[in-house]
Ligand binder design. Sequence first.
Ligand SMILES: [Zn+2]
Length: 282
Amino acid sequence: MSTVDFTEAIMLYQYSNTVKMGRSGPTIVARLWDLLKQNEIGYRKPKRSTVRGSFLANRASFDLRVNPTYIDGLPDGQRLAAVSLLMVHEGVHASLGIQDDIMDELQARKQSILYYKELAGPGVFNEFNDPPTPARRGGGIVKIPPGSFPVLREQSEYLNREQLIDYLFDIKSYRNKFLKPKWIIDHLSLWGGINNRQPETKGRYIKRLAATYDAYYAGAIVDIMLSVRTRADWDTMMSKAGSLNTIQLALESLTGNRARGQQIYELERKWGVALIEQIPMR
Ligand SMILES: [Zn+2]
């Protein structure tokens, strides 16, 4: 049975350094207190058992839900941190409102990863339980042991490399919902630019862009291909890029562009692949 008190979980975050250091922290905290006051935070089993927490405004019963099975499955000493981490993630969603963009998810993950780092590092002082009640666990400094929360640790490594977006687009439901040609163009220069995208992400971008058969998007396909350095990366990228024929048809829209034609020709020679059926303007 889940016994973590939401007040304690929110307070733990409220008094963390993560809140003090970021701009969004106080907004998230205020939103969480608001939701708790309105009785919109609660334990409830999700339809899909892998869901740990969720937020959806104005739904029947709790808007912010925590999966009790997930919390109960954790060692006693990790439950408070787990609920608090979920408060942060879902609290970001709640404070952003519904923008229906991958950027929401990125913000929610980023904020909870920063908080995870504090919990896994110096820890956070538990104001709620001060002075500590002997009968209760979690008094003093709340810390999570090394090796716990492996999913957050992995995401933390992606964040360090500015590749959290690659982590997210490795998840099919996010790709289906958010990966759109215009979004790709608008965000191509972020997070270290195209050179810092993983080959899988490059391939997934190409797949979406090629399906438009539009010269505007086809130019970006060439830029993405030009960013590849090794044969292994090229092969990985192309394994995610969809049908070669679709790519060829999309790149055909560039045949009137001399500079692009030359780049495509060089790519073909470098990687030994036919990107256009008739090579233009050699
Ligand atoms: Zn989320």
